[in-house]
Design a protein around this ligand. Structure first.
Ligand SMILES: C[S@@+](CC[C@H](N)C(=O)[O-])C[C@H]1O[C@@H](n2cnc3c(N)ncnc32)[C@H](O)[C@@H]1O
Length: 214
């Protein structure tokens, strides 16, 4: 579902910083060669993630759901020199494409790629996160949140993508597993006193969470 009329969405993209040749090529390659290219963050959302990263200046970032690496590269480009971004995806077939674009972007030393089930990998990463981007299987959003929150620094941010799920979360009649999980996630984090939150109705909905207490 498009939330904004096409011409307004187009105007917003046109008045957003150019993503650079590497990300532009990666989005093109994703649409040409990979299944479900709409999963790629793309220009506007990529620049929003980059801007948040530039504001937060995180030294440790975790991304759950790499896909073709677009969002990982967009965020890593704005990280401080000594920063590290870990990104996880269950689909190992994506590895050569992601690796080649990380190399093209000159970010091999800043991005750690992990393949496997994030439910298994996240607990094995011994870091305290400044920024976490949750963008993988919707059924596990709440599990990922519960897993990472204790390992977030106070003042750290979690961003969760697709929380509006094309508007399905607003419809009490829609109860498929993914929609139900996202409704549960949105309700839970909204009531959680450990975080403050804003649901940004950008693209498919970004839930922005800031940890305020343990
Ligand atoms: C929406 S895409 C990520 C898009 C990417 N973050 C971007 O913005 O360009 C979701 C990804 O999550 C991955 N995924 C799904 N279930 C997963 C799991 N249990 N563990 C790790 N990755 C998973 C999928 O393989 C897919 O590539």
């Amino acid at each position: 579902m498009e939330f904004l009329p096409k011409h307004i969405a187009h105007y917003a993209e046109e008045h957003t910083r150019y993503e650079g040749d590497v990300l532009a090529a990666l989005e093109k390659e994703t649409y040409l060669k990979v299944l479900m290219p709409r999963m790629c963050s793309g220009h506007l959302q990529g620049q929003i993630l980059r801007m948040f990263t530039a504001m937060i200046q995180p030294s440790r970032v975790l991304e759950i759901g790499t896909y073709t690496g677009y969002s990982a590269i967009a965020m890593a480009q704005a990280m401080p020199e000594n920063g590290l971004l870990y990104t996880i995806d269950i689909n190992e077939e994506l590895k050569p494409l992601v690796q080649s674009f990380i190399k093209l972007a000159g970010l091999e030393s800043r991005i750690g790629l992990h393949f496997g089930d994030a439910m298994q990998i996240v607990p094995s990463l011994n870091e305290n996160w400044d920024l976490v981007f949750i963008d993988a299987d919707k059924e596990n959003y709440l599990n990922y949140y519960k897993m990472v929150l204790p390992k977030m620094k106070i003042g750290g941010f979690i961003i969760a993508d697709n929380v509006l799920w094309s508007g399905k979360v607003c419809d009490p009649e829609i109860n498929d597993p993914e929609t139900l999980s996202l409704k549960k996630f949105n309700d839970y984090v909204h009531k959680d006193p450990r975080v403050e939150n804003v649901l940004l109705p950008v693209r498919d909905g970004l839930m922005i969470l800031r940890k305020i207490s343990d």
